[in-house]
Ligand binder design. Structure first.
Ligand code: AMP
Length: 440
């Protein structure tokens, strides 16, 4: 059925998208709607609620943004809609990215968007709300903060509520704030749930606020895109950094995201790689919002081609040019694997995911293979070749360990905001010395 629809429909206009928005899509270089857009947009334009299961990179943001903007345009004919739609996201970066996509699509229609996320000044957000935006995109906690404290801001006029990465928003982490938000918004609204993976908890929410939703699934529940090549690299735990460097040389210079389990590890690995002359930068939840965005922008701009991250970056971030994802640590929750590898092979491009698996991680890795129903091919490098890296890597680790200690030798608590500056400072100081040493 999905295939037939896709065969028959070729353009955004065919889906019922109005001329102004078709032009906006063309301006962004979108020639044809993606599968999820083909499936979701006609139902949305009919005024249905949606539960959509679509992979990251499938074009799901536009699948909910286009019908919302079209309804906004129609409503603008008779009134001036404010606080018309609200999009909730579990992470700050994703919220910013969603707002960027709304703004890109709405740039010719005078769209006003406000982003309400934690970690940044509330005052500036209050000013943005005073401008009476059409669309509010935010994380649940900060949105609630504004609903309680910002004069004149309410969601009683809301016509569209969209939950992106809905499965995560339905976790306990957000349960309380989400329930509070649901009690203060208009029930006379459309609700869209979008996610790459779904939990049974959706049923709970479905009862709470969706009305006869249309369920759309363009991919099997836990699958990854066909253009993604997935491989594993067995490695002994004690040589993991050497294997990481080897994996990075397989696509030398490529834009790569390396996932680790802890914030400390992002910092340490970024130092090690930079001490080896590679352009790596960390991003993690301990860093301030401005530092996180700064790191992301450096990566997007190509200034650093290796982003070392925790799962803070595994969901929803759209960084179109990622060529490779490396799982330095295997995620203990198999669904995180899908989110991580979803950072590459986006929008029809090809991509590579390499998982470094040590003796302690085999069980978790098998669970991932079972979840996605694939046995991954095993890269079998020459052990000797990798061991040639050992001396340089050990030296880089030694220098890095020294760098993350204070001058007095005490390890500082909470690696965070200072990470990036600290890395820059240390590397520029030591780079020369290290390079000289390696030349000898
Ligand atoms: P998303 O799944 O929403 O994160 O989107 C992934 C990427 O696909 C984004 O960079 C979008 O700009 C892009 N995109 C969305 N719709 C289309 C389309 N119809 N054709 C080409 N690219 C698209």
């Amino acid at each position: 059925m999905a295939e037939e629809t896709e065969e028959a429909v070729k353009t955004f206009a065919d889906l019922g998208i109005c001329e102004q928005l078709v032009e906006a899509c063309e301006r962004l270089g979108w020639k044809n709607p993606t599968k999820i857009q083909v499936e979701a947009i006609p139902h949305a334009l009919e005024g249905k609620d949606l539960i959509a299961l679509a992979q990251t990179g499938s074009g799901k943001t536009a699948a909910f943004a286009l019908p919302t903007l079209q309804a906004l345009l129609q409503a603008s004919v008779t009134s001036v809609p404010v606080f018309y739609a609200c999009v909730l996201s579990p992470t700050r970066e994703l919220a910013i990215q969603i707002a960027e996509q709304f703004e890109a699509l709405g740039s010719d229609i005078g769209l006003r968007c406000a982003v309400l996320v934690g970690g940044v000044d509330m005052g500036l957000q209050t000013i943005a709300l005073a401008k009476r935006p059409h669309i509010v995109v935010g994380t649940p906690g900060r949105l609630l903060d504004h609903l309680s404290n910002t004069k004149g801001f309410s969601l009683r006029t809301l016509k569209y509520l969209i939950l992106d990465e809905a499965d995560r928003l339905l976790n306990e982490e957000f349960e309380k704030s989400l329930d509070e938000i649901l009690t203060v918004i208009s029930r006379d609204r459309k609700t869209y749930l979008f996610s790459a993976t779904m939990t049974k908890k959706v049923r709970k929410l479905q009862r709470a606020c969706l009305r006869n939703p249309v369920k759309i699934e363009v991919a099997s529940k836990y699958s990854v895109v066909e253009t993604l090549r997935q491989q594993l690299l067995f490695c002994p735990a004690k040589y993991k950094e050497c294997y990481l460097v080897h994996a990075l040389t397989l696509k030398s210079g490529a834009s790569t995201m390396v996932f680790t389990r802890t914030c400390d590890a992002t910092h340490f690995l970024a130092l090690v790689l930079r001490n080896l002359g590679l352009r790596a930068i960390p991003i993690n939840g301990h860093m301030s919002q401005s530092k996180r965005l700064g790191a992301l922008n450096k990566f997007k701009a190509g200034e650093c081609n290796i982003l070392i991250c925790t799962d803070v970056a595994s969901r929803g971030l759209d960084i179109p040019s990622v060529d490779m994802v490396v799982n330095y640590d295997i995620p203990t929750n198999s669904k995180d694997y899908i989110h991580r590898v979803g950072r590459t092979a986006r929008a029809g491009r090809s991509g590579l995911a390499i998982s470094l698996v040590n003796q302690n991680e085999i069980g978790w890795f098998k669970q991932i293979e079972n979840l996605i129903g694939i046995r991954m091919s095993d890269i079998r490098p020459h052990q000797e070749e990798i061991m040639l890296l050992l001396e340089r890597v050990t030296e880089a680790k030694r220098i890095s360990q020294k760098q993350i200690k204070e001058p007095g030798g005490k390890k500082r608590k909470g690696r965070g905001d200072e990470d990036e500056e600290e890395i820059d400072r240390y590397i520029s100081k030591k780079d020369g010395r290290f390079k000289k040493k390696n030349k000898r």
